[in-house]
Design a protein around this ligand. Structure first.
Ligand code: HAM
Length: 432
C-alpha cells in the first residue's frame, strides 16, 4: 500500500477499541456460543436501540450512582428537537423494562425470558478491562418471584462462561432483602458510619446522606477501608423473616445444584434497582476490573418506571472481559480454498473455478493484486487458507488442477471436474 500525507491523523475515541481478525472471529464465536446457551434455557433475543431517554436510567439506576452521576454519554444534538435528553445506553436492564412496559407485554403474557447482546456505553476512566464502549451478553426473566429462578439465572451465567472457556471464576452472592429491608439497611449504615463521616471522601459524605449503600461502590482507599470495618454486617438483623427464609432456600438450592457461592455481605452492586438477590462473578485473571458479570433481582423496577408491579431477575456478562480472561485462545476455523492463477490469460478460468467453489459453499478467494505464484502462495498461507488450487498454462491444456494441501504441505494433480468431490472428502476428514 502506498503512503500518503495527511494533515491530521485520526484516532479511535478513547475508551473504545477496534477489533480486527482474528479477534473478530473470536468475538463472533463467543457471541454465537452464548446465544445457543440462552436458547437452551428458553431465553429469546431482543434487539433494542442504542439510544434511550436519559430519565429512564436516572430513575432506574439511581441519581446517586456512578453511572448516572458521572458516566452518562449524552447525545448532544437531539433529533427533531426532542425535549427529552438522549443518552447512549449504559446498561440493558432498565431498557428491557422500558420495552416491556411500552409494549404492554404484561397484558399479553405473565412470564418472559429475554436475552440481549450489544454495545453499552459509560464515560468511565479507561483502563484494562474498563472501556467506554463495551458489550453485554444479558438475560432478564420477567414476571416471577420464584427462588428457583434466581438459582437458574446464576446457573445460566456460569454455564455461559463455562461454554465460552472460562474455567477459573468465583460467584459472590449477597441478599439485600425487600424494599423495607433495604431501607432498614440504609438506616443501619447511616448510624454505623456517621462516626466516620469526616473521613469519607467528599462524594461519599454526600452519598452517606442521600444513599448510604453507594459508599460501598467507592474506589477511594480510605472509604474502602472504612466499609471493610463494618463487622456487624454479618448479623443481617435488617432482613425480615420472609427474606431470611428466601435467602436460606436459595443457598440450599445452589448447594443442591453444586453451585459454589461465596457470601459477600459488602456486595451491594452499583445500581439502585436491586432488591433481594445480588451476585457478581469474578476472575483472578482480570486484575483490578475483575467482574466478568453480575446481576440480581429487581422486583420494583418495572413499577418504578410506570408499569405494574412485576418481579424480575437478570444478569449481564461483559464480553471484552471474557475475552481478556480466556485461558486458551480459540483458533478460528481456517479459510477454505485459495485459487492461484499463473499467467493473466487464465484469470477468467480461475474466476470460473472460484464461482464453482462458492456455489458449492466453500469459502474461497482469488488474487486481485497480480502477484507471482510464490506471492500468491505466501498470501494464502498468511491468511490461513486450508487448500490452494493452482491453475497455469499446462494445467489448463490438460484439464487438470494442482491441489495443494496447506496443512500437509503436499500437492497433487487432480482432474478439474473432481475438485468439489475431493475437497468435500478432505474437509469431512478434517471435521472428524
Ligand atoms: P454491571 O455490573 O454494571 O451490571 O455490568 C455487568 C458487567 O459488564 C460487568 O460485570 C463487567 O463485566 C461489564 N462491564 C461493566 N462496565 C464495563 C466497562 N466500562 N468496560 C468493560 N466491561 C464493563 C449491569 O449492567 C446490570 N444491568 C446487570 C443486570 C442485568 N442486572 C440484572 N439484570
Amino acid at each position: 500500500m502506498t503512503g500518503f500525507l495527511m494533515e491530521k491523523t485520526y484516532t479511535s475515541v478513547r475508551g473504545t477499541q477496534d477489533l480486527s481478525p482474528p479477534e473478530t472471529h473470536l468475538f463472533n464465536l463467543l457471541a454465537s456460543k452464548a446465544r445457543r446457551v440462552f436458547r437452551l434455557y428458553g431465553y429469546e433475543e431482543v434487539l433494542l436501540p442504542l439510544l434511550e431517554e436519559e430519565a429512564i436510567f436516572v430513575r432506574a439506576v439511581g441519581e446517586t450512582t456512578d453511572i448516572v452521576e458521572k458516566q452518562m454519554l449524552r447525545v448532544v444534538r437531539n433529533l427533531e428537537n426532542a425535549k427529552e435528553d438522549i443518552v447512549l445506553r449504559p446498561e440493558g436492564t432498565a431498557q428491557v423494562a422500558r420495552y416491556f412496559i411500552e409494549n404492554s407485554l404484561y397484558k399479553k403474557g405473565d412470564f418472559y425470558k429475554f436475552c440481549y447482546f450489544g454495545p453499552m456505553f459509560r464515560g468511565e476512566r479507561p483502563q484494562r478491562g474498563r472501556l467506554r464502549q463495551f458489550h453485554h451478553l444479558g438475560a432478564e426473566a420477567i414476571g416471577s418471584f420464584n427462588v428457583f429462578l434466581d438459582a437458574e439465572i446464576m446457573e445460566l451465567a456460569l454455564k455461559i462462561l463455562d461454554v465460552l472457556g472460562i474455567k477459573e471464576k468465583k460467584l459472590e452472592l449477597n441478599f439485600l432483602g425487600c424494599s423495607k429491608d433495604k431501607e432498614r439497611f440504609k438506616e443501619f449504615l447511616k448510624e454505623e458510619l456517621c462516626g466516620f463521616r469526616e473521613r469519607f471522601c467528599k462524594d461519599c459524605q454526600r452519598r452517606l446522606e442521600k444513599n448510604p449503600l453507594r459508599v460501598f461502590d467507592c474506589k477511594e482507599e480510605i472509604c474502602r477501608d472504612i466499609t471493610q470495618r463494618i463487622s456487624s454486617l454479618e448479623k443481617r438483623s435488617y432482613l425480615c423473616s420472609d427474606c431470611r427464609d428466601y435467602f436460606k432456600e436459595l443457598r440450599k438450592i445452589l448447594d443442591e445444584l453444586k453451585i459454589m457461592a461465596e457470601v459477600n455481605f459488602r456486595l451491594v452492586r452499583g445500581l439502585d434497582y436491586y432488591t433481594h438477590t445480588v451476585f457478581e462473578i469474578t476472575s483472578s485473571r482480570l486484575g483490578a476490573q475483575n467482574a466478568l458479570g453480575a446481576g440480581g433481582r429487581y422486583n420494583h423496577l418495572i413499577k418504578d418506571l410506570g408499569g405494574p408491579q412485576t418481579p424480575a431477575v437478570g444478569f449481564a456478562l461483559g464480553l471484552e472481559r471474557i475475552m481478556l480472561a480466556l485461558e486458551e485462545k480459540v483458533v478460528p476455523e481456517p479459510l477454505g480454498v485459495f485459487v492461484a492463477v499463473v499467467g493473466s490469460s487464465f484469470y477468467k478460468e480461475g474466476i470460473k473455478i472460484l464461482e464453482t467453489l462458492r456455489r458449492n459453499q466453500f469459502s474461497s478467494d482469488i488474487d486481485y493484486c497480480v502477484k507471482s505464484l510464490k506471492g500468491q502462495l505466501r498470501y494464502a498461507e498468511k491468511k490461513g487458507f486450508r487448500f490452494v488450487v493452482i491453475l497455469g498454462e499446462e494445467e489448463f491444456k490438460q484439464g487438470v488442477l494442482v491441489l495443494r494441501d496447506m496443512q500437509g504441505s503436499f500437492q497433487e494433480r487432480i482432474k478439474k471436474d473432481q475438485l468439489i468431490d475431493i475437497l468435500s472428502l478432505r474437509l469431512a476428514r478434517d471435521a472428524k
